[in-house]
Design a protein around this ligand. Sequence first.
Ligand code: SAM
Ligand code: DTB
Ligand code: SF4
Length: 352
Amino acid sequence: MVDDRTRHDWSRDEVRALFDLPFNELLHRAHELHRTHHDPNAVQVSTLLSIKTGGCPEDCAYCPQAARYDTGVQAQKLMEVEDVLERARAARAAGASRFCMGAAWRGPKDRDIPKVAAIVRAVKDLGLETCATLGLLGDGHAQALKDAGLDYYNHNIDSAPEFYGEIIHTREYQDRLETLEQVRDAGLKTCCGGIVGMGETRDQRAGLLQALANLPAHPQSVPINQLVPVPGTPLANAEKLDPFEFVRTIAVARLLMPLSIVRLSAGRQQMDDAVQALCFYAGAGSIFHGEKLLTTGNPDVEADRALFRRLDLRPMEVSGTSGTVHADIMAAESRTMEQHGCGHACGCSAVA
Ligand code: SAM
Ligand code: DTB
Ligand code: SF4
């Protein structure tokens, strides 16, 4: 059984060998490891908001917000603090414990930071965990966000290093690694993952997970996105990934980064409930909740409530609070939430 929490020296062959295991064997190993470190019935619930939409100068082939693709996304400037707060309150009321704010920038300008910091501070004051994804960070940005109360910074490496150049031409893989280093150095928690279903090979999916697991520290949060194909983007007609291959990706992520929370991220609207259930079994412990991701759709709130009920899942509370922020995604069942009792320094909701 793979049970080394801190390995950062995975070879491609080792990761590939996990992908190539018989499906049931892989799921069994992943689930066994999952439940030694995490509560298998608790799911962390995050809600996304695009605080600055569209008009992005980058050329990420998957992204509906790149200005150069005609996707019908309407560009909008950075939102006002009060408008973000209104959405954050609604997300909290709908059951989210973390509020993730995304901006369609290559990276923020120095002049953007004070306003983003004010937004972060206001959301944090609601008792929500905060996450931001703003692109490449400049000097001092990570520290300013940390000082404002930011908990997580999302910055995805998106694909295997050798596939990156086929998807994005306006920045280098190394640029992403440098921002991730600034995020860690500022003491922010890292949310870092990637996208599958972009036409990559299984070996390249292994390469994505290998790169994530071999970062100097495992990201606390690992979002695994299935490509949402958007008309107008170069990947609009990418061949759909076999759903079981997506489940394998979640399982291997779980095995490589045992203490991280793996998020079943974009793509749930295109996935049936049985596949999502397999993802939870394979080690996914987080979702985006709410009818929109950034610009594309997500399952509706009622559908997620029903899914949680059918699978006896319950939302995790904000770690480090006295439990005042309760997710009411399960309100219809009026179940009580259990306290986080893990004892690890991992922020997870593991069984003690
Ligand atoms: N501009 C910033 C950046 O690129 O880091 C932050 C926002 S960007 C939209 C955040 C992430 O969304 C990307 O790294 C990518 O992983 C994900 N994403 C964007 N479009 C997607 C799509 N069509 N399907 C799945 N994931 C997508
Ligand atoms: C992540 O890994 N996935 C989220 C979040 N981090 C920012 C974004 C998904 C975006 C899907 C396309 C859209 O809605 O625009
Ligand atoms: Fe811009 Fe981010 Fe979309 Fe790339 S993923 S085009 S950087 S918003």
